[in-house]
Design a binder for this molecule. Structure first.
Ligand SMILES: [Zn+2]
Length: 290
């Protein structure tokens, strides 16, 4: 049986090609139950999540990669994040019906998606890419093909129990065997969704590439993790501004915030709210609200 919740890297010894594999199981189950989504919306959330795990491992950064789409379509919001600590989280919000035959641009009601790369200690880097095609593998491949980056292909599959994905990337440098990339991709295209989901990586690699020499690295265990906290929620209240927060306090008796990623509730009563704004005054003396 294949191991659960893991990502794993592999290299073609004789060609400048690398690969990355991911399977999300219990971590995905947590996100599925939290999301309340099903069908195409759930599939898109899972595929985006798998793609970001594949990317963050490929980039070899210390930090995180975020894919985000906002629009006016039936799936008006999707945000997924994977980080170099092997943690994932993601949400999507469905507000209307997704019908057969809709492409990504129609589903999201947007022409673009945004990829943000956050590296520890550096300014975040943002890339904007067109929502081409019917799934995220299409959109990401189009992005890689047209943005002067390494040739990269994705194979992604998702249902409510599991998300699996594989990435192949052509590395810079002159290949001794010019046809290797095309041959490897053509073989990978014979991978069925069922095989990607159920088979162990070693047997998948053997079936596809038994004529190649492949080096398989240790796998990394993945887990669901949310980076929200009471402090961050307090900081969010600060950005809303004191008058607005006091108005909610007046109407509701307290200010209650629920994290959409993990369902954690944060409750602030009038004393908590005073403390939030008081501590911010101390941190930033002389700064007045506008
Ligand atoms: Zn949270």
């Amino acid at each position: 049986m294949k191991s659960l919740d893991q990502s794993q890297r592999f290299l073609f010894d004789r060609h400048p090609i690398r690969g990355q594999y991911v399977s999300l199981d219990e971590s995905w189950a947590r996100i599925v139950s939290q999301s309340g989504l099903e069908g195409r919306a759930l599939t898109l959330l899972g595929e985006a999540l798998a793609a970001m795990v594949l990317l963050v491992d490929t980039l070899k950064i210390k930090g995180s990669v975020i894919l985000q789409v906002r629009g006016s379509g039936p799936l008006g919001l999707l945000v997924v994040e994977a980080n170099s600590e092997n943690q994932i989280r993601g949400i999507a919000r469905q507000v209307g019906e997704i019908t057969d035959g809709m492409d990504l641009a129609q589903i999201f009601g947007s022409e673009y998606f945004v990829i943000t790369i956050k590296t520890d200690g550096a300014e975040p880097h943002q890339g904007i890419a067109p929502l081409q095609g019917a799934n995220f593998a299409d959109a990401l491949e189009h992005y890689f093909a047209t943005s002067d980056q390494l040739a990269t292909r994705f194979w992604l599959t998702c249902d409510k129990d599991n998300v699996s994905g594989m990435l192949l990337q052509k590395l810079p440098g002159k290949a001794a065997d010019e046809d290797a990339w095309n041959r490897v991709v053509m073989l990978a295209d014979t991978l069925s969704a069922q095989e990607l989901k159920l088979a162990e990586l070693e047997s998948v690699l053997y079936r596809l590439f038994h004529q190649e020499e492949i080096r398989l690295f240790d796998s990394n265990p993945l887990e669901f993790y949310c980076s929200c906290s009471r402090e961050r929620t307090g900081a969010m209240l600060l950005t809303l501004g004191k008058p607005e927060v006091l108005e909610v306090l007046e109407q509701e008796g307290d200010v209650s915030v629920t994290c959409e990623f993990c369902n954690q509730h944060y409750r602030f009563d009038s004393i908590d709210v005073e403390q939030v704004f008081l501590s911010s005054d101390k941190i930033k003396p002389g700064v007045t609200a506008h």
